[in-house]
Design a protein around this ligand. Structure first.
Ligand code: KG4
Ligand code: ZN
Length: 331
């Protein structure tokens, strides 16, 4: 049995988990800083780093519960991509433990962690499969060839989907993080009421969300200038539909063109009910299986890092005391 202690501090959650054999969740501690960042409308990097520093040891203690570090076989830690000052706190904590207790250390890519979140509740899901990664910082269409082998087949050329959601939410006066609030508001709006643009980029597999974001901002500003009433629910529903249409179309197109039978979703926006429904309908129609983690494992957590670290460890990956934070770490 391989028991991983996993640490995740890439953004605004201090997260620590213990995971056995890449499947059994022994503990899952998440200390969210959302309330602290809310009043600034987004994550303030220095506040994030300071809060990680305060919370780190408490979270590790809590995640170990009755266990001690002697019960841990591997330390897994996110070393990028993310906020460099935030990542450094987790990396230093992981290195200190690995050094003091002589435990193997594995550095994990945060995006690969999001993808690995799918293995927690779906043991039947095995590579190869196609994964749509939609988070606050990233939008990637990834060919998961093996547990540690990935090929990016499409990516955003500008904003990430989550970023667009958060900016649109802000324009509508909703507090950070706005994604879940747009999701809720969209349920009571008319998704066909406003025709926001869908950037198809000549049918390729890359994405662009700055156009739809700007279009929403212009629409809202236009209403305000003309002193016309604004139906926020209609804006949310129409924006969400524009985004979901593009994500669904490109993902299904890639899968059918390449005879892929399994698709997974990953990242915070994978919680989105509109996206889940649209992809469920499209995959069912195309005879494709769709997988996604429960919301707790879609947004940032350390369990997913523990799962990814387990597979990296099995593949022979080992970090040494030179492990450093890499803000723009590539897949
Ligand atoms: O994966 P994540 O927790 O952090 C990053 O790695 O970026 O994703 C956070 C993003 C935020 O932009 C948040 O607004 C968005 O995921 N999000 C949602 C929903 N839940 C979280 N976006 C749309 N609908 C949701 N239900
Ligand atoms: Zn994330």
């Amino acid at each position: 049995m391989i028991r991983v202690l996993a640490i995740e501090t890439s953004c605004d959650e201090t997260a620590v988990a213990v995971v056995e054999n890449g499947t059994k969740v022994v503990s899952n501690v998440i200390s969210s800083q959302i309330d602290l960042h809310k009043k600034f409308g987004g994550v303030v990097p220095e506040i994030a780093s300071r809060m990680h520093t305060e919370q780190m040891n408490l979270c590790i203690r809590q995640a170990l519960d009755e266990m001690t570090l002697d019960d841990i076989d591997v330390i897994g830690v996110t070393y990028g991509p993310g906020l460099v000052g935030a990542l450094l706190v987790g990396v230093m904590a992981a290195k200190a433990i690995a050094f003091a207790k002589n435990i193997p250390l594995v550095g994990v890519n945060h995006i690969k962690g999001h993808i690995a979140a799918n293995y927690i509740e779906h043991p039947q899901l095995k590579p190869p499969f196609l994964c749509l990664v939609v988070s606050g910082g990233h939008t990637h269409l990834v060919n998961v060839k093996d547990y540690t082998e990935y090929e990016i087949v499409g990516r955003t050329k500008d904003d990430a989907v989550g970023e667009a959601y958060d900016k649109v939410a802000r324009t509508l006066g909703l507090k950070y993080p706005g994604g879940p609030k747009i999701d809720e508001l969209a349920k009571v709006g008319d998704k066909n009421s406003i025709d926001f643009p869908r950037a198809m980029l000549d049918g390729g597999y890359d994405f662009s969300f700055s156009g739809v974001k700007s279009s929403v901002l212009n629409y809202v500003n236009g209403c305000n200038m003309k002193q016309q009433p604004l139906n926020a629910a209609n804006v949310a529903a129409s924006f969400q539909q524009a985004v979901v249409d593009v994500l669904t179309y490109k993902t299904i197109n890639y899968a059918t063109a390449n005879n892929i039978k399994n698709i997974a979703l990953a990242g915070g926006v994978a919680c989105n009910s509109g996206l889940r429904q649209a992809l469920m309908a499209a995959t069912t129609a195309a005879g494709i299986n769709l997988y996604y983690p429960q919301p707790l494992y879609c947004t940032d957590n350390a369990v997913m890092i523990g799962v990814a670290a387990y597979y990296e460890y099995l593949a022979g990956s080992r970090a040494d005391m030179h492990l450093n934070a890499v803000a723009n770490l590539a897949m």
